[in-house]
Design a protein. Sequence first.
Length: 420
Amino acid sequence: MEQAQSSAPPVQASSLPDEELKTPVVDTPAPIVATSHQESKVPETDVPAPVTATSHEEESKAPEEDMPAPVVPAPHDEEPDVPRAETPGTEQGPNEHDHVEIDFGEVDSTFGDNESSTTSLASSIFNYTYENGRRYHAYHNGEYPLPNDAKEQDRLDLKHHVFKLVLRGKMFRAPIGPNPQRILDVGTGTGIWAIDVADEYPSAQVVGIDLSPIQPSWVPPNCEFVVDNAEEEWPYAPSKAFDLIHWRVLSGSIKDWPRLYSQAFKHLKPGAWLEAQEHDVRVSSDDDSVDRATEVVDWFSTVDKAAEVFGKKMDVADKQKQWMIDAGFVDVRDDIYKVPLGRWPRDPRLKEMGLYFQTQSVDAVEPVSMALFTRALNMSPEQAQLMMVGPRQGMRNPDYHLYIKFHFVYGRKPFEGERV
């Protein structure tokens, strides 16, 4: 589930829109299936990498007063009016020295603590494991450190809403064209992204893979889910290559990222696209908030340390672009957006975004921490719980003007004979 700071024109604010989270309408049942080694593999559900961003190393962009379109051309018709930041060394980053203007009247901080050879899903896959009051996946037990229970599924769906707000309702940035035939969602989690994309692109067969069989049974007829591990060999035949492969917040669930990118490259059609949506596992600010919010900064640092001991480092968002290039992709872009942690921005869209992101981030502290702290750092459950108090309080503090950088990294597989 990574550059420098700035100051710039203010972003206007207003009241918080009352947009509600919406659950995609599903049409027909598609059974979840387990695959033999002739099917695709997936990592655990949408690994939540907590809110991130570096204070004075990564520079993000904030929208200007009249919310002008960003400097960088977007592959979609409508450019999200969310602050964008650029990765050092790239040339497409807009408004590099802008910052998000603070709403000093905002004081609310009340948020509480082979494909033909598929088989029937073995009952053992549903024999979940339980640890410290939370439910975890059974298939490839221990590979993914976050739970998969109902509470966690709700949080993942809320985070999906945050991503949709960032992209103004769009599911991805890659310019795939209007009639894709096959789309793969790696680490599909609750399946909400795959379902939304299946509804949007009825021409496509959308496949979502994950370690946990937690997806709904009633889904669009062009959507299916497979229980599998993406870190194992992908067996799709060339005739089953994809027009788009997508994953989101796999940080903390992948041991060998270059291999994952290599497999994605292999199973895309020439000219097709890969998109990786990740966010930093650290916070940033345009003022001195990072220096003051030590309880939040320290928690993110401890999480990344524990994930590294676990063997699956979390703070890897800013490495995705180079991994994609190294795998052979061309036209690679890393579009970076500031996502506020709280209601402190003046801009109404950012304020709404910050509300949802703050809520899911506070809710993420316990599931992100517990297994990692107890398994990797050998803390007792009680010690782990004590470590969660400070970051929850800090994330609710309206005096901290923190944000996390979301990276939308996408690239194209070259056509045969194309000079790269």
